[in-house]
Write a protein that binds this ligand. Structure first.
Ligand code: ADP
Length: 160
């Protein structure tokens, strides 16, 4: 089934995100992982660093493409003629925001739809912000992120 876009902050990419990508690959022919820039958020890593980390982490998956965009998801999707977005759902707390975003995107471009994949239970509480906090305090993050991401986090926080 065609292509899908998996948009997000990925600040940085975690095993939770990678699990969603892997499962999206069993549904879609191609998955475009899109590093989105939300002007209302501040990030630890630049979009270029995030794209590079995701490329490293998904190097074994030829059907994955990694890109960045500063504009609206629907504009990017329309330009590429990709009608489906993939998002991951963890606890119910994710639900309301995701619901609002999916409906907004469909209002902006009625041909756009969003597919939600439930998290794997062991990644339920895994988020980029938890990883950043643990890394900043010098904690063990190898079960949360792949090795290239771990190295960069250590370097960023001066724990290497
Ligand atoms: P955003 O700022 O757009 O929410 P994130 O990088 O935090 O960007 O998340 C991107 C997407 O991945 C979201 O749909 C989020 O719910 C999902 N996601 C993040 N962590 C996990 C996880 N551990 N398991 C499943 N989905 C996840």
């Amino acid at each position: 089934m065609d292509a899908a876009i998996y948009p997000g902050s990925f600040d940085p990419i975690t095993y939770g995100h990678l699990n969603i990508i892997e499962r999206a690959l069993s549904i879609f022919d191609r998955v475009v992982v899109l590093v989105a820039v939300n002007p209302q958020k501040s990030y630890l890593f630049s979009p270029e660093e995030k794209v590079e980390m995701i490329r490293e982490a998904t190097a074994g998956w030829p059907r994955v493409e990694v890109d960045g965009s500063e504009g609206l998801l629907v504009e990017y999707a329309r330009r590429r003629q990709i009608h489906t977005a993939v998002r991951g759902l963890r606890a119910v707390t994710d639900f309301e925001g995701e619901f609002a975003m999916a409906l907004t995107n469909r209002t902006l471009w009625p041909e756009m739809d969003t597919v939600f994949l439930m998290t794997r239970s062991d990644y339920m509480y895994l988020s980029s912000s938890v990883v950043r906090q643990v890394a900043q305090l010098g904690g063990e993050i190898s079960s949360f992120v792949p090795p290239p991401v771990e190295r960069r986090l250590r370097a960023r926080f001066g724990h290497d």
